[in-house]
Design a protein around this ligand. Structure first.
Ligand code: AMP
Length: 197
């Protein structure tokens, strides 16, 4: 049972690495950004609520986001562990998550901090904007999102750092190199991958 969180600025590659690590550990990767984008695309009530916020690069309210995550973590596939990507994103969300996990007698095993220099993040985001045409990847929105990261998300690493569960991993390199680095740091904590089927 492995419960993980991956944290990094937009453009750090945390989404891609999150999926790879979740696969390696046989757990679902739960990305709040993906959940919200899917809801917008499907035109659900949740999608209607968050569409304008996401397009401006602002954050959805803590209450709504935490409710969405609690719901997702209650699905059967998340009972044997999970990897969270993009949540918690500020100290209030850390509190919400902790309350929820404590109620299940659970806690996070490790927090992967993927670090990438600011220039590299911006270059990767601009490329993704061109390739995927994401409406939340304009230059102004990118700058807004990076500022929010520095101000609100970076402090959560302080909280988890005092618990000794943060693994800082260099996010520059090939996809395979970075995955190997993350797996090695998790294994060094005694978090075992399931035997290959
Ligand atoms: P992401 O793909 O993680 O960058 O998320 C895309 C957008 O979804 C963000 O810019 C926010 O508007 C929203 N979002 C994702 N996760 C959260 C969260 N934990 N709290 C609030 N808003 C979020």
């Amino acid at each position: 049972m492995t419960r993980l969180l991956i944290v990094g600025p937009q453009g750090s590659g945390k989404g891609t690495q999150g999926v790879r690590i979740a696969q390696a550990f046989g757990i679902p990767a739960i990305s709040t950004g993906d959940v919200f984008r899917a809801a917008v695309a499907a035109g659900t009530e949740l999608g209607e609520q968050v569409k304008a916020i996401i397009e401006a690069g602002d954050l959805v309210s803590d209450e709504l986001t935490s409710a969405v995550v609690r719901d997702r973590l209650s699905h059967a596939d998340a009972q044997g562990g999970f990897l969270l990507d993009g949540y918690p994103r500020n100290l209030t969300q850390v509190m919400h998550l902790e309350e929820f996990l404590e109620g299940r007698d659970e806690s996070l095993d490790a927090v992967i901090e993927l670090s990438v220099p600011r220039d590299e993040s911006i270059a990767r985001l601009s490329l993704r904007a061109q390739e995927q045409g994401r409406t939340d990847d304009t230059e102004e929105v990118i700058a807004n999102r990076l500022a929010i990261y520095e101000r609100e998300t970076a402090p959560i690493l302080g909280v988890y750092g005092t618990r000794g569960i943060v693994d800082a991993v260099d996010g520059v390199g090939s996809l395979d190199e970075i995955t190997d680095r993350i797996v090695a740091s998790l294994e060094a904590r005694g978090l075992a991958r399931p035997a290959a089927a």
